[in-house]
Write a protein that binds this ligand. Structure first.
Ligand code: UD1
Ligand code: UDP
Length: 388
């Protein structure tokens, strides 16, 4: 999108929009970086609150106070409800704020609707974590289409890796609008992880002291029903692989996950079903785990940096970098496969060792700096970041 030179003499107004826990984790370091450039950039924070409690946990940790809060979350919301509530709510706010750039992150409904609302108002869009693809429009659902549609509406694409840049180029995105920056999830992780951390949560402290922690997270919409029941059946069997195994599962607040998780995993003395953890203890728990099983995007990015083997409870991933590095393996939702792969890593030290290597495919903690440099360059007051 072309801009006039008269705009360059005043700060660029950047509206930073997010709604769920992972978006907040990944945009918090970008907001902090924007804050270092007060003369050239002015951030306005808009939250949809597609998540309420899980978003508030992150807002509190990073001391972020939104300028606007749509508060859209309802129990067991469906895609029609959140899409329409957000689109209606964002119109007046974006008109009032009239930002020079809207910044979104990732592939949630908040991201797609934010980009669409901006397009309707001819506001340029910057997309953090651009270019991730599985090529299967129903896996993950609806995230694959959310990010493709957002890509079509985006002016500045902040691709975490060269793989994601290539995905965008294949779709005809202009090379000059793509910046390979790494993923700010690593900025947040490196700023948070600490060796000397002491858990305040008794159950976590006890689980860590009692044996090997197998950490679990799972929440994907395409797994609701039979696939998620398969995941739970596999997990229950993992807890019995050895009597020092402590399965720790902070359960997502989505009722489609909580109810079967309680039904199929409850009542086992070494399976700990917890509420979602604050980001800080969650990160320390990852760092102390022997093995991680997850369908989370963010956790697939964080675990390799911590040198933790990850089994991905999905049939596809848009994050092939960890697979290529050999620290992440796709195991799907079949209970026998989940149990078999986990059991091998828990009983064969060599197999575990081979996957437990620290690699940093998503950057070294400078993604926010590179994203902000690219915005400054676009606004006409800084230098283009050095391509990596
Ligand atoms: C959403 C995103 C998904 C992302 C995930 C991160 C969409 C369609 N889905 O999935 O891409 O990976 O967030 O976690 O954008 N709930 C609460 N409190 C909360 C959060 C959720 O009670 O703080 C419950 C509510 O009943 C809510 C339900 O979870 O209706 C589903 O939330 P929603 O954001 O629609 O879907 P997620 O599965 O969280
Ligand atoms: N996370 C957290 N508490 C938890 C589980 C996860 O703070 O109990 C963090 C995790 O470190 C990562 C992010 O939440 O940064 C991932 O969120 P989620 O799995 O909900 O979403 P996804 O990444 O799959 O979109």
């Amino acid at each position: 999108m072309t801009r006039t030179s008269s705009q360059d003499s005043r700060p660029c107004r950047v509206a930073v929009l997010f709604g769920t826990r992972p978006e907040a984790v990944k945009l918090a370091p970008v907001l902090a970086e924007i804050g270092k450039h007060g003369e050239t950039l002015a951030a306005r924070v808009i939250v949809t609150a597609q998540h309420r409690q899980m978003l508030d946990q992150v807002l509190k940790l990073f001391s972020i106070v939104p300028h606007h809060d749509l508060n859209v979350m309802r129990p067991n919301q469906d895609l029609f409800q959140i899409t329409s509530r957000m689109l209606e709510g964002l119109g007046p706010i974006l008109r009032e704020e009239a930002p020079d750039l809207l910044l979104v992150q990732g592939d949630t409904t908040t991201v797609f609707v934010g980009a669409l609302a901006s397009y309707y108002l001819r506001i340029p869009v910057g997309h953090v974590e651009a270019g991730l693809r599985t090529g299967d429009k129903f896996s993950p659902y609806p995230e694959e289409l959310n990010r493709k549609l957002t890509g079509a509406l985006t002016d500045l694409h902040f691709a975490p890796t060269e793989v994601s840049r290539q995905n965008l180029l294949r779709e005809g995105v202009l090379d000059s609008s793509i910046f390979v920056t790494g993923n700010p999830v690593i900025d947040a992780l490196l700023a948070t992880v600490r060796e000397d951390y002491t858990f305040q949560e008794t159950q976590l402290a006890r689980a860590c002291a009692s044996g090997r922690v197998v950490l679990v997270t799972a929440h994907r919409r395409e797994s609701f029903g039979k696939p998620f029941r398969g995941i739970c059946q596999g997990l229950r069997r993992i807890a019995d692989v050895a009597d020092d195994i402590q399965v720790v599962y902070p359960v997502h607040l989505n009722p489609n996950i909580r109810e079967p998780a309680r039904e199929l995993l409850g009542g086992h003395e070494r399976i700990h079903l917890l509420d979602p953890l604050d980001y800080e203890p969650f990160v320390q728990l990852m760092a102390r785990s022997t093995l991680i099983l997850t369908d989370s995007g963010g956790v697939q990015e964080e675990a390799p940096s911590l040198g933790k083997p990850v089994l991905v409870l999905r049939d596809t991933t848009e994050r092939p970098e960890g697979l290529e590095a050999g620290t992440v393996r796709l195991v799907g939702t079949d209970p026998d496969r989940i149990h078999g792969e986990a059991s091998r890593l828990l009983t064969d030290a060599g197999a575990h060792q081979a996957m437990a290597r620290a690699v940093n495919p998503y950057g070294d903690g400078r993604a926010s700096e590179l994203i902000v440099k690219a915005i400054l360059d676009w606004w006409g007051s800084g230098n283009r970041p050095t391509p990596r």
